[in-house]
Design a binder for this molecule. Structure first.
Ligand SMILES: C[S@@+](CC[C@H](N)C(=O)[O-])C[C@H]1O[C@@H](n2cnc3c(N)ncnc32)[C@H](O)[C@@H]1O
Length: 454
């Protein structure tokens, strides 16, 4: 299932709106989806959250040509059409085509056909501020490789109900973000993740690998209180190397807090700790998050490290008061994800959600590579290809069972049925793939390193 369907399903389930998402009969890249909703209020509430859906219409007709659509509009019950088409309501019709350009005169011809005498449209045309807006949407298949077909394969006609939240992508764009890191999550994916996590007003959301806090910005947008941890002291204290090309040094106020402040969410900021996410004992028992939304390090552009237990005698310090830097070791990907699931099983409230990215080497991937936990159920698993061999999967899990550890039974533990990275790390697989892609491209061509974020 694509991200757009997943996002819609997740928002509708959060809103408690029963809905049917119809399978698309247009296989080749149709941008349309038919959804049966219980009311216009539900439809508007859905569009108030979605960043992936552009616009929602009440469907008045569909077919393979305009005549079929006109016939369907005629058959609609009068009382459902009349409030929007009567003499007192102004209207406009917008013609939109996909995969083909229509001339203005062709568009006008279609509008004239729809509004000819005897049609349901009785109001005045008003192009700038109509009471109601109707859209004729035509989808053309590509014939062969580049030529669109002469006739549309699908025509829809609908009454405009609401736009989605695509503008938010610009509003939260990383380009204008005060504090960014090398692997800051882009605004659109951050908001999709918050929607899959069903973040809502007054939730408490944690990102254990917080970086520059992009996922916290998106969660705060949906009304949550937010907190995070990151092992990188220098990054959280604005002393890391700048991530912007022309910036010489970070300014002192670059922080997750200042990012939230930038968008007016400072009151939603709980705190960010310099801490190792593998250390679960730092959290008070019974502390429950509504959602954990995170992008763990894959070990490509951000190192994946954890603190190892060192006895005091092994700590190298010049004197007793010297600052102690704990020793770090490589954090294997398999361990990162098992630790993350164990943490979520313990610290999410029941019904709470864990949303995270899992990097994948495609030739070896199998569903058995997805980490499991007896208290968590996989709700969705969606691929984002990054190159021909590398992708990452956006996994959503729901805590379905309480975590119980009464000392009598063994603690429920996360596992990975077949650990993708047991014999070879993601980093090794990744660079092997980059090398073979480069040698396949004549002259050693460009690599795709830049497409992997973490
Ligand atoms: C992919 S980045 C997260 C980026 C973040 N989503 C953002 O928008 O900026 C992963 C982060 O995990 C941090 N990290 C690595 N090992 C860690 C650990 N053991 N505990 C906590 N954070 C860790 C890295 O310092 C890095 O900032």
């Amino acid at each position: 299932m694509g991200y757009d369907r997943l996002e819609i399903k997740s928002i509708l389930s959060l809103l408690g709106c029963p809905a049917v998402l119809k399978e698309n009969d247009l296989k080749d890249g149709s941008p349309f989806m038919e959804v049966q909703l219980s009311s216009e209020t539900a439809a508007k509430a859905l569009m108030q959250r979605t960043v992936l859906s552009k616009r929602l219409y009440e469907l008045w007709g569909e077919g393979s040509n305009l005549l079929e659509v006109k016939e369907q509009i005629k058959q609609l019950p009068k009382d459902s059409v009349e409030p929007y088409t009567n003499e007192c309501s102004s209207f406009r019709i917008v013609v939109e085509t996909f995969n083909k350009k229509l001339s203005t005169s062709d568009k006008i011809k279609r509008i004239e056909q729809l509004t000819e005498p005897g049609s349901v449209f009785c109001g005045q045309i008003n192009l700038s501020q109509p009471d109601n807006s109707f859209h004729l949407l035509e989808f053309y298949h590509f014939e062969g490789t580049s030529q669109p077909a002469n006739k549309p394969s699908k025509v829809y006609f609908g009454r405009w109900v609401s736009d989605g939240q695509r503008d938010r992508i610009r509003q939260y764009h990383l380009q204008n973000r005060h504090f960014i890191a090398n692997t800051s999550m882009d605004a659109c994916l951050s908001m999709v993740m918050a929607n899959l996590a069903q973040v809502k007003d007054n939730d408490f959301v944690l990102d254990p690998f917080v970086g520059s806090g992009s996922l916290l910005v998106a969660s705060a947008h949906y009304g949550a209180y937010v907190a995070g941890t990151d092992i990188d002291y220098l990054l959280l204290h604005a002393r890391a190397k700048p991530s912007r090309a022309k910036q010489k040094a970070r300014s002192r106020d670059e922080s997750v807090r200042s990012n939230l402040k930038q968008y007016g969410f400072e009151s939603k900021y709980i705190d960010v700790l310099v801490a190792d996410a593998s250390r679960h004992k730092m959290w008070r028992e019974g502390c429950h998050f509504d959602a954990i939304v995170t992008d763990p390090p894959y070990g490509i552009r951000e190192s994946a490290a954890k603190i190892v237990n060192v006895k005091d005698s092994e700590v190298k310090s010049t004197d007793e008061c010297a600052q102690r830097y704990p020793q770090k070791a490589q954090y294997q990907l398999g361990d990162i994800f098992k630790d993350l699931l164990n943490f979520a099983a313990k610290f999410l409230r029941r019904g709470g959600r864990l949303v995270y990215w899992l990097p994948i080497y495609k030739p070896d991937y199998h569903e058995s590579n997805i980490p499991q936990h007896p208290c968590l159920e996989v709700e969705s698993n969606c691929e984002q290809p990054l190159s021909t061999t590398i992708s990452r999967r956006l996994i959503t899990m729901v805590k379905t069972e309480d975590y119980t550890n009464n000392g009598e039974q063994e603690e429920p533990q996360a596992s990975i049925p077949v650990d993708h990275y047991e014999c070879e790390t993601f980093r090794q697989k990744y660079f092997r793939a980059v090398e073979s892609e480069a040698s396949a491209t004549k002259g050693g061509g460009s690599t795709r390193e830049e497409s992997v974020d973490s």
